[in-house]
Design a protein around this ligand. Sequence first.
Ligand SMILES: NC(=O)c1ccc[n+]([C@@H]2O[C@H](COP(=O)([O-])OP(=O)(O)OC[C@H]3O[C@@H](n4cnc5c(N)ncnc54)[C@H](OP(=O)(O)O)[C@@H]3O)[C@@H](O)[C@H]2O)c1
Length: 350
Amino acid sequence: MARIRVGILGATGTVGQRFVQLLDGHPQFIVTALAASERSREKPYEAACTWRLPGDMPVATRTLMVQAPEPPLDCDVVFSSLPAEMAGPVETRFAAAGYPVLSNSSSHRMDDAVPLLIPEVNAEHLTLLDACRGTGRGFIVTNPNCSTVMIALALAPLVAGFGVEAVAVTTLQALSGAGYPGVASLDITDNVIPFIAHEEEKIERETRKILGHLNGGRVTPADFAVSAQCHRVNVVDGHLAAVRVRLARPAEPAELGAAFAAFSGTPQALRLPSAPARPILVREEPDRPQPRLDRDAGRGMSVTVGRVARDTVLGHRFLVLGHNTIRGAAGAAILNAELLVAQGYLEPRR
Ligand SMILES: NC(=O)c1ccc[n+]([C@@H]2O[C@H](COP(=O)([O-])OP(=O)(O)OC[C@H]3O[C@@H](n4cnc5c(N)ncnc54)[C@H](OP(=O)(O)O)[C@@H]3O)[C@@H](O)[C@H]2O)c1
């Protein structure tokens, strides 16, 4: 099959650069269009973008001219990593113009017609797109907030195996989650900031949509409460979450560990190019997971669980860690796109 041509909106940013890096040499996708703010436009990518990832900017994108994030763009599908305040209407315009949109931003995640997708967890939610088939319109598929994705991934085997009645989460979130330049160094050095705008509400509502059930063409959210408290910490990449959970039936911590380790989903069955062999890795050491040591597990696409134990308040607790710009952002959107290809929702536009 000819490779599918990709346009990246917000291509010069923290997530946009991850897209460019992860799509370099991808077997199904090729980057053909880049868009960013007025500051970057009409310049080749290498002049518009200060490359901040390890390794060099991929050669194939260096000379692409940065354009405005408006249709038409020379591509078959759009990956969006625009700031939330402008992503909503821009993504709507691309979908209306016939483009499939894979979005990182929060603007459309809770829309009834929009799948909020983790391919290992709720691949069946893609059927929300069936209403668009044959209409000539495009569609929007979103990946979750960068903390929600790892929390929902870890909860999925517990929901399936034991039932979940309540969840309380405390996050310790990396600096790159705030984009570039993000939090001022004088604010975060020697400090923890106990506030990330809108983050707690996103984790609370997105987790329930992802783990919810399809019901008459929309998703009924999972019926357990989720409570989240979020903190920005002085770590470059890798969000850590301490999770307490009340299960519907008694279970030994070892049973939870076994359920995490055995968890697998559609991407693994289909051997999608970005799918990690194991979506959830379990560490037994008492001091893992740690951001520096565990964020790159499974090329940044696995989450790592550790410290699975009894909890005196809710019954069980554990830690989960994931790479926020890979599994939490660009890698998640690319895995979503690979699932769309495998299930016939995405192909080169004629
Ligand atoms: N960072 C993460 O870990 C993460 C994880 C999940 C989701 N997200 C979401 O992904 C999105 C991007 O986040 P980020 O961290 O990559 O942010 P970022 O580093 O600040 O990058 C923002 C990008 O958007 C472009 N942009 C800004 N204003 C624009 C405008 N008015 N018109 C067109 N383009 C504009 C910027 O272009 P210029 O360079 O030209 O200014 C840049 O390419 C946000 O919605 C964020 O919530 C981020």
